[in-house]
Ligand binder design. Structure first.
Ligand SMILES: [Mn+2]
Length: 409
């Protein structure tokens, strides 16, 4: 079987004022086209499907439409809850998803899948629609079997086991244990409890079959202690039994561990200015046990951060990167209202960050002779293209006086 690994779609994520839903739709289509071209059997989304626990409804619509696109040609799609997802909300449409061979994974127990409902080709939504039924059965290639800890997918006698562990927050770890009627052992530290949960989820693996773990964690070899609010975990939390561990959370493609092989596919879109533009996915061939080289994705705009020291330079930089999102770090003379408006109306404009003046110029020298109030006027006009209110200006001036008073204390 061929399984495509991606993660961190962050549907609904914006870049400042810019919506990125169009790009998010595009990249889902690109993934589906790639899956078609490579004859992929299943698609794994290793968490952070959405950007927010309560995603905007248009992001939810993109998710559901996207799942159907990915599930075309009988592909199985598995979407796991990351730290950004509310697993209950993400899995609310589970009854509908099940009918399409789409696994919404928000819990660690998938035994319900094995009760027969999903054990074999599924009926179409309407049993009266014979044409739909015939079409459905023709498309359905994989058999999905539920296990305690994950699912098994089967095709032509080949079985692939996929343990599914959504982002194991403290709250989720406790809830999962509670559901199993276990008591949480708080004498163990967080990393140890995560390690046990992962090992437990892999308990249904069988020798001779291809075994995978899909989870959402922040693993690190370095001393970095957190990323995106997640505590760093050592790679020693990983179980040794999986042939491949599909990870989500880190937006850069990165092999976190070689044995067991644990890979972050990275996000399919560039989401931050300090994030790499090289976005890719990985395809796992379970028969040959080969992992593809990163397959580069083309969708989505680039995020370009650039410096400028004057209005003309701002416009030049925007024109030079006109199909990107551009953030300008501005270190020139304060911009006037009209200039600021012109910069902001450029289609490539995304953000303007005013930094301390970097180039010695007449303005800096002139500024030495200005009062605090006049300097604040200049700054405010440059930043917001308007005069500050008298109240705000007075507050600034009095703060400056207070500061100067402190200096001489
Ligand atoms: Mn995450």
């Amino acid at each position: 079987m061929k399984i495509l690994h991606t993660a961190d779609l962050h549907l609904g994520k914006r870049l400042g004022k810019a919506s990125r839903l169009d790009e998010q739709c595009e990249v889902v289509k690109e993934l589906a086209a790639l899956a078609d071209a490579e004859d992929v059997d299943a698609i794994l989304i290793a968490g952070d499907v959405f950007d927010a626990t309560v995603p905007p409804s248009d992001a939810e619509r993109v998710f559901y439409r996207g799942l159907l696109t990915l599930a075309e040609r009988g592909r199985t799609v598995i979407a796991l809850a990351g730290n950004h997802d509310d697993e209950k909300r993400m899995c609310a449409a589970k009854p509908l998803a099940d009918l399409q061979g789409i696994v919404l994974a928000g819990e660690v127990d998938y035994t319900a899948l094995g009760d027969g409902a999903l054990d074999g080709p599924l009926p179409p939504a309407s049993l009266l629609d014979v044409a739909a039924a015939a079409d459905y059965l023709k498309k359905q290639r994989l058999k999905i079997i539920g296990n305690d800890g994950g699912i098994t997918i089967e095709k032509d006698g080949e079985r692939v086991n996929i343990a599914l562990v959504p982002y194991p927050s403290e709250a989720r770890l406790s809830r999962w244990a509670e559901k199993r009627g276990e008591s949480v052992d708080y004498s163990l530290d967080y990393a140890e409890r995560v390690k046990r949960e992962l090992a437990r989820a892999c308990g249904f693996f069988r020798d001779g079959e291809y075994n995978m773990l899909c989870t959402h964690l922040f693993l690190t070899k370095s001393d970095a202690d957190s990323l995106g609010g997640l505590v760093a975990l050592p790679v020693s939390v990983l179980p040794e039994t999986p042939d491949y561990i599909a990870l989500g959370h880190v937006h850069k493609r990165y092999t976190a561990c070689k044995k067991p092989l644990a890979v972050y596919s990275g996000s399919p879109l560039q989401y931050a200015y300090d994030e790499s533009r090289n976005k890719s996915v990985t395809i796992i061939d379970t028969k040959s046990r080969r992992i593809s080289d990163p397959i580069v994705l083309k969708s989505g705009k680039k995020l370009t951060e650039t410096e400028a020291f004057g209005f003309d330079e701002c416009m030049k930089k925007l024109d030079a990167n006109k199909s990107d999102y551009v953030r300008i770090r501005y270190g020139g003379e304060p911009l006037g209202k009209a200039e600021t408006a012109e910069i902001k109306s450029h289609p490539a404009f995304n953000d303007l960050v005013v930094t301390a003046v970097r180039r010695e110029n007449a303005a800096t020298v002139r500024r030495a002779n200005l009062s605090d109030g006049e300097i604040f006027d200049l700054y405010y006009d440059g930043r917001y293209g308007a005069k500050p209110s008298a109240e705000l200006k007075a507050a600034f001036v009095s703060l400056m006086e207070e500061l100067k008073g402190n200096e001489t204390d």
